[in-house]
Design a protein around this ligand. Structure first.
Ligand code: EPS
Length: 409
């Protein structure tokens, strides 16, 4: 239905993305993509690479006069840093000597990668396993986001835990406090700190920043938890009828595929293991509390009093916000690297390879999570409503929404 492929190495010439399956007639511009690319780049605790790059996707195909044509959308994103890696990352064989990466980093893809792909230089693994690849996903996700906007679906994210600091934000979250780029601490000191770590609790944001400073001083790295919230998804995306058609399956796989993510939960998630059924399940409101749109359709049929399910029951959307949380492990590239072994000899070395890294990229992971959720929701929407032109998709969506209420005789 909707698929995308990414290609590119972290320090190679650039990244390439192909997105296929979107209908014709959707407004897309490079600015739409740039907005999300720059959101992905910011965050307190990011490393020097983000000062080199100014990510911008060039649209190469699939769009004419600002509108999609239904053909594959091709994007390219330059790696500015490639200029500093010419010989090491040369496409052609090079006679200029360069150092191989031999001190494999525990926690990164290095060790299983060199064994599986029979490599004598861990660079051949880390170039692709680097989170640089997430730039491509965010570019694809920006296009999915543009499509979802046509149906009133918004996807946002925030950080709930970073370096052991737990946030206690007030819901619903004011997303504008987390979008402050470039930062203007002199104008909005609290908002700026919140945006720096994408945390909607100002006191926790301050503590997170301190924790990042402390980890930097210790030459260490930090993980955390991100929460992605999608509002406006209609009831009934996905299906209960088969394991691989459940939207929960697809969302979990998509979010789990983000670098360093080690676990995913929905709504009340793992806490439900401690609850009774009577305090967990989301009671449906009676019809006199439902709201109607000007077109006569229900704004949200079968609304709930709570949303512990995270907007998903039986692998289908309930119409309540989709709430996905993911735990992100601390970055494997650590300034004071762990003891490891040399890949050419297998012998002990004192410290794993370190070139340059971030202290944490949890705030960045939140924006990447938005992109993956947007791509899965866009696919689910197209699976349900089809359409080769966006007007056809919208027509099908509207007529479906007219039939989602009670089935009276
Ligand atoms: C990243 C690019 C990388 C890292 C980071 C994310 O750049 P470099 O390796 O040149 O410093 O900053 O990568 C990781 C977190 C990782 O685990 O590989 C980016 O573009 O976001």
């Amino acid at each position: 239905m909707l698929r995308f492929l990414t290609a590119g190495e972290s320090h190679g010439p650039g990244l390439t993305v192909i997105i296929e399956g979107l209908p014709a007639g959707l407004h897309i511009s490079e600015d739409d993509i740039s907005r999300d690319l720059s959101r992905r780049q910011v965050g307190y605790g990011r490393g020097a690479r983000m000062q080199i790059e100014q990510d911008h996707a060039v649209i190469r195909s699939g769009v004419r006069h600002g509108l999609t044509m239904g053909s594959p959308i091709g994007l390219t994103i330059e790696n500015r840093d490639w200029a500093n890696w010419g010989e090491t990352m040369s496409i052609e064989p090079s006679s200029v000597p360069f150092d191989k990466i031999l001190k494999i980093r525990p926690g990164h893809a290095d060790t299983p990668g060199i064994a599986k792909y029979m490599q004598d230089d861990a660079r051949n693994i880390l170039e692709r396993s680097s989170a640089r690849e997430s730039t491509s996903r965010v570019a694809a996700g920006a296009i999915a986001r543009r499509f979802l906007e046509e149906f009133g679906i918004q996807v946002n994210s925030h950080v709930t835990v970073l370096g052991g600091v737990h946030a206690n934000p007030t819901y619903p979250i004011d997303w504008t406090t987390l979008e402050d780029t470039p930062y203007h601490p002199e104008d909005r000191p609290a908002a700026s700190k919140m945006a720096a770590v994408r945390c909607a609790d100002p006191a926790a944001a301050e503590k997170m920043i301190n924790e990042i400073d402390s980890a930097r001083a210790d030459g260490d790295s930090l993980g955390g938890v991100i929460e992605i919230i999608a509002t406006g998804a209609p009831i009934g995306l996905g299906s209960h009828i088969h394991w691989d058609r459940k939207l929960t399956t697809k969302l979990a796989a998509a979010v789990m595929s983000i670098n360093a993510v080690k676990g995913v939960e929905f709504g009340a998630g793992f806490d439900q293991g401690d609850l009774r059924g009577s305090t967990t399940h989301d009671v449906v409101k009676p019809i006199d509390e439902w709201e109607k749109l000007p077109d006569g359709n229900w704004e949200k049929p079968w609304p709930r009093k709570t949303n512990n399910s995270g907007g998903l029951e039986g692998g289908m959307t309930t119409g309540e916000p989709v709430v996905v949380r993911a735990v992100v492990k601390p970055i494997a590239t650590i300034i004071n690297g762990l003891p490891t072994v040399d890949l050419s000899s297998g012998e002990l070395v004192e410290r794993a390879h370190f070139e340059r890294s971030d202290i944490t990229f949890v705030p960045t992971c939140a924006t990447i999570g938005e992109s993956m959720v947007a791509l899965v929701l866009a696919e689910a929407l197209l699976e349900k409503f089809g359409g080769d032109h966006i007007e056809e998709t919208k027509r099908n969506w509207k007529s479906y929404m007219a039939t989602t209420g009670p089935r009276r005789e």
